[in-house]
Design a protein around this ligand. Structure first.
Ligand SMILES: Nc1ncnc2c1ncn2[C@@H]1O[C@H](COP(=O)(O)OP(=O)(O)O)[C@@H](O)[C@H]1O
Ligand SMILES: [Mg+2]
Length: 344
């Protein structure tokens, strides 16, 4: 498979490497989609005529209830499942009895829009999360669910999860920016990332197959939430079937190594890049990758942009080198950006 995990300390050069690989993939005619929580890929997208979708901004809505256009009966099941995952992330978990009533409301919301398991109905406009909430009835379980979901359909987060899709993530480079998504609470951020990733994934599974790369930067935001981590692990497993390589970029070695879901993402990636690590991360990482003493100390002291490239039991030292032209496009150093701005 073409999945890759990039693991390192903050500032070690993970996003720089990921952005450089995005640029080089584009030269090879590979379509790239990036979930970008820190706005590090927007400048590249502008330079190469890519599409930037700003989630949460007035222009950039993605309806999490949109169905994959796979023309299969499963599409509705998939859509309903994603709605469950999203609600579970927003509510920090749901109980079995809550899932049962939610399931009925989700299917009723699709049905009210004329959408059934018949693929011919799947192109119809999808219901919104608010439609699901308003279909919850008067029973205590339903009432309490409706109250807990209310902030996401009528409060300040309405724009994120309860609007019809305005832009499709189509083109040679699509960057889904989370700049306008609030940092707090973390479950809203995780849910917004999942919504972006789901939109990307719908694109990956529908239409003609072609080589694609999907980059999820700051993936620890997903790995820290159980249902979000499960979602990411599922994508890592199915990417290959769609000719897609999933690149997972994260600083939090603990989240990756200590959970089964993080491990699943790791074992479903053919290659791993380890850049400079903090000393706290070394014991767990050393064990997981069976690093020698020399490799352990190298990873704690190496310069920015240097590290180890791992594939199975093979490993090689790596240095990330960009040409001056590439560097200008991929750097996110504020001082350099300022200098470029002044020069132009
Ligand atoms: N290989 C490299 N060569 C030159 N500059 C680099 C390299 N890696 C990182 N940098 C510089 O350091 C900055 C921060 O790196 P970044 O990739 O954003 O770190 P992080 O690991 O936190 O994602 C980059 O914007 C760039 O200016
Ligand atoms: Mg980064």
């Amino acid at each position: 498979n073409h999945n890759q995990v990039i693991l390192a300390h903050s500032g070690a050069g993970k996003s720089y490497l990921a952005t450089l690989m995005v640029l080089r993939s584009l030269f090879h005619g590979i379509e790239v989609m990036v979930v970008d929580p820190e706005n590090e890929y927007e400048r590249l997208a502008q330079a190469v005529g890519g599409t930037v979708v700003k989630l949460g901004a007035s222009q950039g809505a993605i309806n999490p209830l949109d169905l994959p256009r796979t023309q299969t009966e499963d599409a509705l099941t998939e859509g309903a499942l994603f709605c469950h995952t999203l609600c579970s992330t927003l509510l920090e978990g749901t109980m079995p009895e809550e899932r049962a009533v939610l399931d009925r409301a989700i299917l009723a919301a699709y049905e009210a829009k004329g959408i059934t398991s018949d693929p011919r109905t799947h192109a119809r406009p999808s219901p919104l999360l608010g439609d699901v909430v308003s279909l919850l009835g008067e029973q205590p379980v339903e009432r309490s669910l409706a109250v807990r979901l209310d902030p996401f359909v009528s409060g300040s987060h309405k724009g994120l999860f309860d609007r019809p899709t305005t832009v499709r993530p189509e083109g040679h480079l699509v960057v889904l920016s989370l700049r306008d998504v609030p940092d707090d609470p973390p479950e809203v951020r995780a849910a917004a990332i999942m919504t972006a990733l789901d939109a990307v994934w719908r694109q990956v599974c529908s239409g003609p197959r072609r080589p694609r790369v999907v980059v999820v930067d700051e993936a620890w935001l997903l790995l820290g939430e159980d249902s979000a981590a499960r979602f990411l692990a599922r994508l890592a497993k199915s990417a290959r079937k769609y000719w897609c390589g999933l690149t997972t970029v994260t600083q939090d070695v603990g989240d990756v190594l200590s959970s089964d879901l993080g491990q699943a993402v790791l074992t479903n990636s053919a290659t791993q890049v380890l850049l400079r690590q903090s000393s706290q991360a070394i014991p767990a990482l050393g064990q997981a990758f069976q690093l020698s003493e020399g490799e352990r100390s190298y990873l704690q002291t190496c310069d920015q942009g240097r590290g180890l490239f791992c594939a199975g039991t093979e490993r090689a030292a790596l240095q990330v080198v960009a040409s001056p032209e590439e560097h200008e496009l991929v750097t996110s150093d504020p001082a350099e950006l300022q200098a470029m701005e002044t020069a132009s």
